[in-house]
Design a protein around this ligand. Structure first.
Ligand code: ATP
Length: 431
């Protein structure tokens, strides 16, 4: 089955995952808002990343500010070199990246195109009330630089020995020429980045290690392993700072595309910051009395792109009994809602018991209560948002103290005693 992206966009809107930004004003190109279910899914992805990357002895987390000293972006090479080639159509004025065009004419109206020029992708703004050259600041195009400028702060305050890493999750902004494919390429997005500082000479070994670790993490989200692959950057593709780079790619309906980049950034960033700031960012090894500028292995994954891959991977349409059902087969740890609670019908006794059971589970898992429409319809609604388990309270429950637990994927129903419900749910969700 090839997923129609329009179908996914429509499901995301209908069920409260993702809305177009500023929709009542006609929307704004390539900006999206995460709705109640989308933000849960996104938080789950971020939490899983944070747990994998920071809950260990050799990596610390930080949260640096988006606005930084403008010199940071001169040192990093972004002011001079963070550009994409751009051409305009002289007739319809649409803009394109020439490297993505197959013809020399405008793909929208066959008009003539302008000469190619370089376009800097950084968003500029002004700090303070005066809008002049001296007050220009940039919205960060990557979170990494916030880590580099804090390298020694973290290393000395937490007394880390090399190798060690610094991780952060945060927004980044790029004035992309051709955003699109829903949340795949936007101008405001979230990155989850980790910079691992190593001794020069050991960089290749750590690069290989992190490359494998990161692929494992994507698989641990439940993504179909056949839809994940590495792509090594050729000389022409390598970024200005990179000695070696591999992308983790996912097979989207629009082709194999990057979701994460693993880069050997050498000592480029730290050296440049030493040069531009005049401050030493060298590491002193107490044991060997050596002083050196560490090399950096970077793992940089887009939170939004990962979320899109998870949505696409989970989306299934199937025949169930005599009707069609759409189901998001999320790994339980990704599912926004873990358990839904239904009274069989709107009856005071059933409603009361359902609420009681929901309150018992609420401290541990995100739950939802639904009493509208038939049980079958309610199951379909939960299938569509990927809720792994539904608990139904019926009239027998009042007598035998048991409830029906229905599984999203197998649609199998189990009768479970209320005293064992919590244990049963935990086993299923944490299997
Ligand atoms: P691309 O080639 O697709 O533009 P990139 O190589 O410029 O990506 P990196 O600079 O390596 O991307 O950024 C690391 C990660 O950040 C990417 O793998 C992607 O998941 C995410 N990312 C980068 N640009 C965007 C964007 N415009 N929208 C959403 N996510 C993005």
């Amino acid at each position: 089955m090839t997923l129609d992206m329009n179908e996914l966009v429509s499901l995301c809107k209908r069920r409260g995952f993702i809305f177009q930004s500023s929709e009542i004003y006609g929307g704004i190109n390539s900006c999206w808002d995460y709705g109640p279910l989308g933000v849960e899914l996104k938080n789950n992805i971020k939490r899983l990343w944070w747990n994998a990357m920071v809950n260990r002895e050799d990596i610390e987390g930080i949260d640096a500010s988006i606005l930084m000293h403008p010199k940071v972006w001169e040192a990093s090479g972004h002011v001079a070199g963070f550009t994409d080639p751009l051409v305009d159509c002289k007739k319809c004025k649409h803009r394109f990246r020439p490297d993505q065009l197959t013809e020399k004419k405008c793909p929208d109206c066959s008009g003539e195109l302008t000469e190619m020029r370089q376009f800097n992708l950084m968003f500029k703004t002004f700090m303070g009330p005066i809008e002049d050259e001296s007050s220009i600041v940039y919205l960060r195009p990557e979170t990494a630089q916030g880590i580099y400028v804090n390298f020694l702060n973290v290393q000395t305050t937490l007394r880390h020995k090399i190798p060690f890493g610094i991780a952060q999750i945060g927004k980044a902004f790029r004035n992309e020429i051709t955003p699109g494919n829903f949340i795949f390429r936007t101008r405001e997005f979230e990155q989850m980045e980790m910079q691992y500082f190593v001794k020069p000479g050991s960089d290749e070994q750590y690069f290989d290690h992190w490359k494998e670790e990161r692929l494992k993490w994507h698989k641990s989200l439940g993504l179909n392993p056949k839809k994940l692959q590495f792509h090594e950057h050729t000389k022409g593709e390598l970024a200005h700072y990179a000695k070696k780079a591999f992308d983790v790619q996912y097979e989207f309906p629009f082709g194999w595309q990057e979701i994460e980049g693993i880069h050997n950034r050498t000592d480029f960033d730290l050296s440049r910051h030493q040069q531009y700031s005049g401050k030493s960012l060298q590491y002193f090894d107490e044991a060997t009395k050596e002083k050196y500028t560490p090399y950096v292995i970077e793992t940089s994954v887009g939170c939004d792109r990962t979320l899109l891959a998870c949505l696409i991977d989970a989306y299934h349409e199937e025949e169930a009994k005599d009707e069609k059902r759409s189901v998001l087969r999320f790994h339980p740890k990704l599912a926004p809602i873990k358990v839904a609670f239904f009274p069989l019908i709107k009856n005071a006794g059933l409603q009361e018991l359902t609420h009681k059971l929901q309150e018992m589970v609420r401290p541990f898992y995100l739950t939802r209560y639904d009493e509208a429409a038939s049980i079958g319809r309610r199951y379909r609604r939960q299938d569509e948002i990927g809720t792994p388990l539904c608990v139904t309270v019926d009239f027998d429950s009042l007598k035998d103290e048991a409830v029906t637990v229905r599984d999203r994927d197998s649609m199998k129903q189990d009768r479970v005693n209320m005293t064992q419900l919590m244990e049963f749910l935990r086993k299923k969700l944490e299997a």
